[in-house]
Design a protein around this ligand. Sequence first.
Ligand code: NDP
Length: 433
Amino acid sequence: IKRNPHEPEFHQAVKEVAESVIPFINQNKQYQQAHILERMTEPDKVVSFRVTWEDDEGNIRINRGYRVQFNNAIGPYKGGLRFDPSVSLSVLKFLGFEQTFKNSLTTLPIGAGKGGADFNPKGKSDREIMRFCQSFMTQLYQHIGPNMDVPAGDIGVGSKEISYLFGQYKRITHRVESVLTGKAIEYGGSLIRTEATGYGNAYFMQAMLAHHQHDIKSKTCLVSGSGNVALHCAEKLIHLDAKVLTLSDSSGTLFIPDGLTQEQLEKIKDIKIQQRKRLDVLTHEFDCEFFENKKPWHIKAELAFPCATQNELTEEDAKQLADNACIAVSEGANMPCTPEAVKVFHDNKILYAPGKAANAGGVAVSALEMSQNSIRMSWSHEELEEKLHNIMKQIHDKCVQHGENEDHVDYVKGANIAGFIKVADAMLAYGVV
Ligand code: NDP
């Protein structure tokens, strides 16, 4: 805390990992002697820069951009860019640190990074977003490269923003190379990247339930958020014959008691992704309830998928889920459940999959996008979905391997230890660097 003051999100992420990894390190002295965990909590490099751009009225605007290159022991830095007013060094360090374990769990050769800016894309015109992205990349380009650091999208950065960023990279460097993932299909993007995080989360839940002799079919589900992760998680749940009761956004929760249909989901995609409107505009059309400024967690359901943002599911929310006999929670977002909420899950024997394992499908398909770009080939939708499904099953099994206790599987411990070992062994092999 003294070394990293005013970074509460980063402290929270490190504490959660340290609690499960330190007992393991104490039994494996080679990691202790080499101070591997201390080295892993210090990013390799942090860059921060001014992003100056002009709005449509001709006003000069200034934002702060960052790239946190956390750890490249097992591959080039890899992790998203987030454009949101809540972006701070603490948030990006927490995300970059988590990414180290997540990327390691995918079994693919990718290191960990995260970046972004405190820029709010909401309400901005396309031209303003383009000018912001160009100015951002003018600073960022010197720190990234296909074998050095390959950023992707995150909150506020979708394929449109990635295209503007890539256009500027190409203009400055004269190079057309795999320096960003999440690209449009026309110029090197991968099929199912958009769907991968949400689909992967549903697959992880399916594997976790199967391991505990439950079937995902017909289970009632609460999904929070209505962004990329939430919508595709809901879509895969529908494919798997589960019943999605909610989606939400920052204005409240849409409750569909009979279960969301694919047709309704398409309508929501249009409203949220194309039109960028609030979910409540659909209340009348769907003939359902909208809980203004409320989260979904008070509604009775068997499964919960927090897919919106960090710390969105609190201790009180977790108690409501427990009172309503929820059996499992799988995180689509990064760190959406507070530590107090996780304790409630543990005390009530609710299965709990942390985001670093359950939402790793997105970065896994990003790594597959890098592979496809390198071999100048594209895999089909079916091939990629099969690869994604297998990766999620493998991540699940690794969590079980390292997290199995006498009477339950501790998925947090399993994910942290499995993610730690691969990076730690590579760092040991490199010596003192
Ligand atoms: P999007 O920007 O597409 O969607 C975010 C959604 O969350 C929106 O529906 C937004 O509502 C809602 N939201 C944001 N803040 C709040 C809040 N305080 N209360 C309620 N709802 C809120 O982001 P993504 O879906 O891409 O990402 C969601 C999470 O998943 C993030 O934690 C991200 O880091 C994580 N993640 C994303 C990956 C990806 O592939 N996209 C990969 C791995 C993790 P509104 O529309 O009103 O703003």
